[in-house]
Design a protein around this ligand. Sequence first.
Ligand code: NI
Length: 172
Amino acid sequence: MAILEIRKYPDEVLEKKAEPVEAVDEALQRLMDDMVETMYAASGVGLAAPQVGVSKRLIVVDVSHLEGETAPLVVLVNPEIIESHGSIKTEEGCLSLPEFLTTVERAETVTVKGLDMEGRETTMPVEGLLAVALQHEIDHLDGTLILDRASFLKREFYKKQLRKNLAKARAG
Ligand code: NI
C-alpha cells in the first residue's frame, strides 16, 4: 500500500467528469487500498479517485471518527444515487480545499448503487453523515467541489486568498 498525493484546487483533474470503471481488477483494487490508506493518513472521511489524480468513478468513505466505530468502510465503484429523501445542512470540508469550510444542503437519506471492492453489485440505503459524505464524494466524480456549492462571496473570497498565497509563495 502507498500514500498518494492529494490533489488540491485548482488542479484541473478535480473539475473533470470522471470516466466509468470498466473492470474491477487487481490494478483497481490496489488503487482502492492506496486511497483508503491515504484517506486515513489525512484524517479524512472520504476520498474520490480524482483527488489522487485518477479520473475514474471510484470513492472510499469512512465516517467512523465522526459517528463512532460502528460506521462501515464503504468502497464504491461507479456509484449512483438512485433515491434521495429529505434535506440536511452540515458544515463540510474537503481534503482538496485546505482551510475551506462551508455549509452545504444535501439529501438526508439516499440509496446508493454501485459495485463493491470485489466487483459485485450492491445497493445501500444510508442516512446522516454517511449519506452526506457519499454525496460529497459522488460530487467529486462529476467535477463538483463544495466550493461550487458555496455562496458566490465565499467562493470568490477563497479564490482571492488562494491567489494571494500563491503570489506570496512565488515571491518568497
Ligand atoms: Ni472533497
